[in-house]
Design a protein around this ligand. Structure first.
Ligand code: CA
Length: 253
């Protein structure tokens, strides 16, 4: 039956493309209706009937035996949930540094709820009762926006060996792990990575990073370079990225 095979193949392709959704909703009928609608659209849907289970699945911190690496492309949260409510759940997911798109569902329709929902880091808010087509359309739009943003971040990222700097997110990873940089350290590294191999004198760095009104001395630059080396280099005393060019200044790479 070639037709069935093709349809199944298309469906599998869609599932891979459309992504995995976590749905946290305590009302069984709504939960099942949404899960069915999204599954039919080609999403893989995992459900939780209370906030605790939702948190467990979203943050992979609890006792569930889901394989490591279970990540969601979209999370749908009901506001009123047993144990952990939707707003707290949203807050906790964001606190983990997870930027997955979150859609909040609520029986309440007040402006305040909507604002609070968006303030705790939700991306969109839908008031019950809603139609399944509306829900599916919102999910699709959220996923599209998120993928677009991810793609843009990837395109503008500056890479050098195992260091990646994402200018729009003010984020740096070293060997695939996020590192914490101060705003000055970030700007120095961004300047260096935008001009590989270029030698910068201390005065030029002060001018570019601290501005012409800076009253301190050039030792400030050395201190920041030392801090950066401690965060970037495998062995800060033998730097491989941030190199000293004797008599001139510093260069990257
Ligand atoms: Ca509820």
């Amino acid at each position: 039956m070639p037709l069935t095979l093709t349809a199944e193949g298309t469906r599998l392709q869609q599932e891979i493309k459309l992504g995995r959704v976590l749905l946290v909703e305590d009302e069984e009928l709504i939960r099942e209706t949404i899960a069915l609608a999204l599954t039919e659209e080609g999403y893989e849907v995992l459900t939780a009937e209370d906030g605790r289970k939702g948190l467990d699945l979203a943050c992979r911190s609890g006792e569930t035996s889901y394989p490591e690496g279970l990540a969601f492309d979209l999370i749908i949260l009901d506001l009123m949930l047993p144990y952990v409510n939707g707003l707290d759940l949203c807050r906790l997911i964001r606190r983990e540094g997870n930027s997955v798109p979150i859609l909040i569902l609520s029986a309440k329709g007040s402006e305040t709820d909507r604002v609070v929902g968006l303030e705790v880091g939700a991306d969109d808010y839908l008031t019950k009762p809603f139609g399944m087509r509306e829900l599916v359309a919102r999910c699709r739009a959220l996923l599209r926006r998120h993928r677009h943003a991810q793609l843009q971040a990837q395109e503008t990222a500056l890479k050098f060996h195992d260091i990646v700097l994402y200018p729009q997110e003010c984020r740096v990873t070293v060997r695939n792990e996020d590192i914490n940089l101060s705003p000055k350290e970030f700007r120095i590294l961004e300047l260096f990575m935008s001009h590989p191999k270029r030698v910068w004198s201390r005065e030029q760095l002060i001018e570019r990073i601290w501005g012409p009104d800076f009253m301190g001395d050039s030792k400030t630059v050395d201190v920041h370079i030392r801090w950066l080396r401690e965060k970037l280099e495998a062995d800060p005393s033998r730097p491989e990225y941030l190199l000293t060019v004797r008599g001139f200044g510093y260069r990257f790479g």
